[in-house]
Design a protein around this ligand. Structure first.
Ligand code: NG6
Ligand code: CA
Length: 517
C-alpha cells in the first residue's frame, strides 16, 4: 500500500486545486485503464448527519463505518442536492439540478423512467470509460416508458441498461411503495408465474385487502400517516398491488439480498475497473431489520436499521479486503437526504431516541429547507489515492461528484452532460481545501436555499411553518427572506437577514444566476 500510495502521490495529492484538464492529462498519461480505481458509492436512505458513531451518534455503534472514516476522510459539510430521495438521486446521477426538470419529486413505484435514456448519466460516464457498472438496492427513479403502464410480468421495455448500467438488482422505488419485488436486469427477480403481478396507484385491485379497510391484517407496525393501501408481509404500503408470490421480498431480508448481490458483482468484476452504485433501504421506513440486528441498542428499530446499514458496509469492505482490491477502490459513503423519525409508521423512533440527535446540531429534518434536510454524512476512502485519517469541513455538494469523478477517471463528457456539476475532485480527495463558492439545496416544497461556508439563505415562502400532511417537521417556510450565520454557534436559530442586506442580495443573485443558466 505504501509503495502504491507513493507512486500516485505526485499525481493525485498535489496541493491546491486540480484543474479538470491537468488532472485528465496526468491520469491518462500515467495510469493505464487497468489501474483506474474501482468506485463504489454507498448511498444510505434518510441517514442523518448525526446517525453514525463517527459523527457523534449516541446509543448505536457503527464500527465498520468508523473504520472507513479512520482510513479515509470524514467530511463535515457535505450537502445532498434535495431533501427527498428522487430529486437527490436524480441530481447525483445526472449532475443536473432536479428542480430544472418537472416530474422529479418523490416518485411512485409505477413511475416511468425519470432519467430519460437520452440523458448522459454518471453510469454512462463510467461505462464509456471502460468500467463495468451496476446499480444495486433502492432505485426510486422510475422504470419503463410511461407511468402506470408497466407490465411487471414481462421484461420492461426500457430501464437501467439504457442509462449506463451493465447490471442492476433494484427495488423500483422504496420499501414502502409497491411493487414489493426486486427487479434484476429489467425483469422481476424470481418471477412467479403462478402469481402474476398487478400494480395500481389510483384504485385497489378488486378483492385485495387494504391497510385502511383491514387493519386487523397488519403486523405490529401500524401506519401513523398514509401507508394504508396494499398489505404486503403484513405491512401497509403506498400503492395497490396483487400477486408476486415467491418474488415478493421479505422485508427482514432486504439488506441481505442487496448486500449479497453487491458482493457477487464485486467478485465477478474484481479483475477490471468497476463502478457500483449501492443504495441501501436502511434507514428508510418501514424499518424492519433482520432479527440478528434487533435489540442491539436502546433506540428500537431505527437504531437497529443503522446497525444493519453498518453491517452492509462492513460486508462490502470485507469483500474488497478478501479480493485484495480495497487499496485501489474509492469508496464514497453518504445519504440521499436528512433524517426523519415518524415517516408514516408507528415504530417508536421518536420516543426511543434516548438523547440521540439524528441531524446532529442541525435544524429541520428530511423534507425541510433547513440544514437538517440536506446536510449528510460523507466519507471517502481510497488507500491508494487519498491520505486517510483526516476530517474536512470543506463545503461540498453531491451535484459536483459527477464532474469530479469524471475527472478522476479521465472521462470526456459530451457537451450537454452534467450541466450543473463542477469539477471539485481536489475537495473529494482531500488535496484541495478551498470551499466551493456556494451550494444550492432543494426542499420538498420546492423552496431553494443557498449555502456558502458562512451563510445559509432560504428564499421567502408563504407556506405553513410545519409540514401539514404527516411528519412533525419544520418546513423552513417564512414569508421573509431568511439568512443565518453558519459560522456562529447559533446556526439556523437567528434570522439575521435584516442586519445583512448585502449578503441577502448576494445570495439572491446566486439563485437568480443559477436559475437562469
Ligand atoms: C412520503 C411518505 C414517506 C416516504 C417519503 C419518501 C407518506 C405519508 N409518506 O410521501 O413515508 O416514503 O414519501 O421518502 O406516504 S424518500 O426518502 O424516498 O424521499
Ligand atoms: Ca431518502
Amino acid at each position: 500500500m505504501a509503495t502504491a500510495a507513493a507512486l500516485l502521490t505526485p499525481i493525485l495529492c498535489m496541493p491546491g486545486a486540480v484543474s479538470a484538464k491537468s488532472h485528465k492529462n496526468s491520469l491518462s498519461d500515467k495510469v493505464n485503464s487497468r489501474e483506474q480505481p474501482n468506485v463504489i458509492i454507498i448511498l444510505a436512505d434518510d441517514l442523518g448527519y448525526g446517525d453514525l458513531e463517527c459523527y457523534g451518534a449516541k446509543n448505536v455503534s457503527t464500527p465498520n463505518v468508523n473504520r472507513l472514516a479512520e482510513q479515509g476522510i470524514k467530511f463535515t459539510n457535505t450537502h445532498a442536492v434535495a431533501a427527498t430521495s428522487t430529486p437527490s438521486r436524480y441530481s447525483l446521477l445526472t449532475g443536473e439540478y432536479a428542480w430544472r426538470r418537472p416530474g422529479t419529486d418523490v416518485a411512485p413505484g409505477n413511475a416511468g423512467m425519470i432519467i430519460r435514456p437520452e440523458m448522459y448519466t454518471m453510469a454512462d460516464m463510467f461505462r464509456n470509460t471502460g468500467y463495468r457498472t451496476a446499480a444495486i438496492g433502492k432505485w426510486h427513479l422510475g422504470l419503463g416508458d410511461k407511468t402506470g403502464e408497466q407490465d411487471w410480468n414481462a421484461p420492461l421495455p426500457s430501464g437501467l441498461a439504457d442509462i449506463g448500467f451493465d447490471y442492476h438488482y433494484i427495488m423500483a422505488a422504496t420499501a414502502d411503495r409497491v411493487p414489493c419485488v426486486f427487479i434484476e436486469d429489467g425483469k422481476v427477480a424470481n418471477y412467479d408465474p403462478e402469481h402474476p403481478i398487478r400494480v395500481d396507484y389510483r384504485r385497489n385491485i378488486p378483492g385485495e385487502p387494504t391497510g385502511k379497510d383491514n387493519p386487523e391484517l397488519l403486523y405490529n407496525m401500524r401506519s401513523s400517516h398514509g401507508h394504508d393501501m396494499a398489505i404486503v408481509n403484513g405491512i401497509g404500503r403506498i400503492g395497490y398491488m396483487s400477486g408476486g408470490g415467491k418474488a415478493l421480498w421479505k422485508d427482514e431480508n432486504i439488506a441481505d439480498s442487496i448486500t449479497s448481490h453487491a458482493i457477487d458483482f464485486i467478485r465477478s468484476n474484481a479483475g477490471e475497473p468497476f463502478f457500483m452504485y449501492f443504495c441501501t433501504n436502511d434507514v428508510h421506513v418501514p424499518r424492519f431489520p433482520h432479527e440478528r440486528f434487533r435489540g442491539k441498542n436502546p433506540m428500537g428499530v431505527r437504531g437497529d436499521a443503522i446497525t444493519q446499514f453498518d453491517w452492509s458496509v462492513g460486508e462490502i469492505m470485507r469483500t474488497l479486503d478478501e479480493l485484495g482490491i480495497a487499496d485501489n477502490t474509492l469508496v464514497i459513503l453518504t445519504s440521499d437526504n436528512g433524517p426523519v423519525l415518524d415517516d408514516g409508521y408507528d415504530d417508536q423512533a421518536e420516543e426511543l431516541l434516548n438523547g440521540h440527535s439524528p441531524t446532529g446540531p442541525y435544524r429541520g429534518n428530511k423534507y425541510s429547507a433547513f440544514e437538517g434536510g440536506t446536510m449528510v454524512p460523507a466519507i471517502v476512502r481510497w488507500p491508494k489515492g487519498v491520505a486517510g485519517g483526516k476530517e474536512s469541513d470543506v463545503l461540498m455538494s453531491h451535484i459536483d461528484w459527477m464532474a469530479s469523478l469524471g475527472s478522476l477517471i479521465g472521462a470526456r463528457l459530451p457537451e450537454a452532460a452534467a450541466p450543473d456539476s463542477r469539477q471539485r475532485l481536489g475537495n473529494l480527495l482531500g488535496t484541495d481545501t478551498t470551499d466551493t463558492p456556494w451550494v444550492v439545496e432543494l426542499a420538498s416544497n420546492h423552496t431553494l436555499g443557498v449555502r456558502t461556508k458562512d451563510w445559509k439563505y432560504i428564499e421567502p415562502n408563504d407556506g405553513p411553518a410545519m409540514i401539514q400532511w404527516g411528519p412533525k417537521i419544520e418546513t423552513g417556510n417564512n414569508p421573509m427572506p431568511q439568512l443565518y450565520d453558519m459560522s456562529s454557534t447559533k446556526g439556523e436559530t437567528e434570522n439575521v437577514a435584516l442586519i445583512h442586506p448585502q449578503v441577502v442580495f448576494d445570495m439572491q443573485n446566486i439563485l437568480r444566476r443559477v436559475r437562469s443558466t
